[in-house]
Design a protein around this ligand. Structure first.
Ligand SMILES: Cc1cc2nc3c(=O)[nH]c(=O)nc-3n(C[C@H](O)[C@H](O)[C@H](O)COP(=O)(O)O)c2cc1C
Length: 373
């Protein structure tokens, strides 16, 4: 059944769950766990379809891909095989009934009109369930692959603003239009059909800088917040700070974060498995190469290098949530208390681990009033 696709339906992802739970990063080989264990995630299409159907049936709210074009090397060539996110999202929307599926799109690499048409096409295939995660890029090696130049940080967001303005205009304009920006010039544009229901897809952004967050406040429905390990107070303070900034602009945002779940029947089993995958069998060569791309080396960060290395192996910096179902449900509840609207989670092997999570953790969240009955 297509959703009504009203704006409210879209931001609530078509349900009354107070804490939205999604799967993050399954379009990439190894997902978000920088590990060498043989059961690490394939990232292949058939596994993604099986995962999406299972998740959709179990009531998972969304799937969010990582836009990654070039593997990180190491012993596993971490994230060396990635399914392009728009075609991935479109295929998954055709294979599911309820969940929101996002495309994660590099504004500078997709022509805005082709992008707008792809988003509308995905939205029609999903009956109003498509969501857009806009990214500006940060990795020069990836841009070199395209012969594209990574602009300086501020200009990246100036470009993204124009790009998104052009996309939104293509979604709404009822007549032929021209677009005359600093970077983008479009002539006599005709763009039909429009998104489902006369509204527009849910838009998200993961800016961490003041400029990135201001972009989210101006343009987006939701912000993906920093993934560093932080206390409840820090999360809550971050949410409050951005919320206040948004209120000053008369805007309202949802807040999402990223977690890496290791949930087993007992806490000991969970901690043992975490240690096995993420410490003993981490792909440390890949971890060091990822950190070096961000200019994080033992020389540049002598005091925190080991800590940053461990966080990176865990899931590219996602919040580690390790424990039995009670503990995992408790930690998710804490995030909700801190003001989070939702969380994108990953597992070492999504398909093998998701059923236990859904059977054991979702009912506990229901009992706490965080998931709809
Ligand atoms: C949860 C999350 C997901 C992200 N996903 C991607 C991605 O898929 N591709 C990408 O190039 N950048 C991704 N980023 C990077 C952000 O788009 C952004 O560049 C980064 O958070 C730095 O923020 P800034 O641009 O405001 O400096 C992600 C960041 C976060 C926190």
């Amino acid at each position: 059944m297509p959703r009504d696709a009203t704006s409210r339906e879209r931001t609530s992802m078509g349900n009354a769950n107070r804490l939205k739970i999604g799967l993050f990063g399954s379009n990439c080989s190894s997902g978000r766990a920088v590990t060498m264990v043989p059961e690490r995630w394939s990232g292949g299409w058939q596994d993604n379809v099986r995962l999406a159907r299972l998740a959709d049936e179990a009531g998972i709210d969304f799937m969010l891909p990582v836009a990654r074009w070039k593997g990180y090397g190491g012993d596993t060539d971490y994230q060396g095989a990635t399914l392009e996110t728009m075609t991935w999202a479109t295929g998954l929307l055709a294979n599911t009934k309820r969940m929101t599926v996002f495309g994660t799109v590099h504004a500078p690499l997709f022509h805005p009109l082709i992008a707008a048409k792809e988003f509308v096409t995905a939205d029609h295939i999903g009956g109003g369930r498509f969501g857009l995660n806009v990214v500006c890029g940060w990795n020069e090696g990836e841009f070199d692959m395209f012969g594209a130049t990574l602009r300086d940080h501020e200009t990246r967001y100036d470009y993204a603003q124009e790009w998104l303005d052009a996309v939104k205009l293509a979604w709404t304009a009822q007549q032929e239009f021209n677009f005359e920006g600093q970077f983008i010039k479009l002539k006599n544009v005709r763009a039909w059909p429009k998104p489902v229901g006369g509204t527009r897809p849910l838009i998200m952004n993961a800016g961490a800088s003041p400029t990135g967050q201001a972009f989210a406040i101006r343009n987006c429905d939701a912000l993906f917040m920093s993934t560093r390990l932080a206390s409840l107070e820090t999360y809550a303070a971050n949410v409050r700070r951005v919320e206040e900034l948004a209120q000053r602009e008369g805007r309202e945002l949802g807040f999402y974060t990223v977690g890496v779940i290791t949930c087993k029947a007992t806490a000991k089993e969970a901690h043992d498995y975490y240690h096995h995958c993420i410490v003993e069998h981490a792909d440390w060569n890949a971890v060091d190469s990822i950190l070096a791309m961000k200019d994080i080396t033992p020389r540049s960060h002598p005091a925190e290098f080991e800590k940053l290395r461990n966080e990176q192996a865990n899931g590219m910096g996602g919040l580690p949530i390790v424990g039995d179902p009670d503990q995992v449900a408790h930690e998710l509840a804490i995030l909700s208390e801190a003001g989070m609207t939702g969380i994108g989670v990953s597992f070492v092997n999504y398909l093998e681990e998701l059923p236990f999570f859904c059977d054991e953790v979702l009912p506990r969240l229901k009992r706490r009033g965080l998931r709809a009955p």
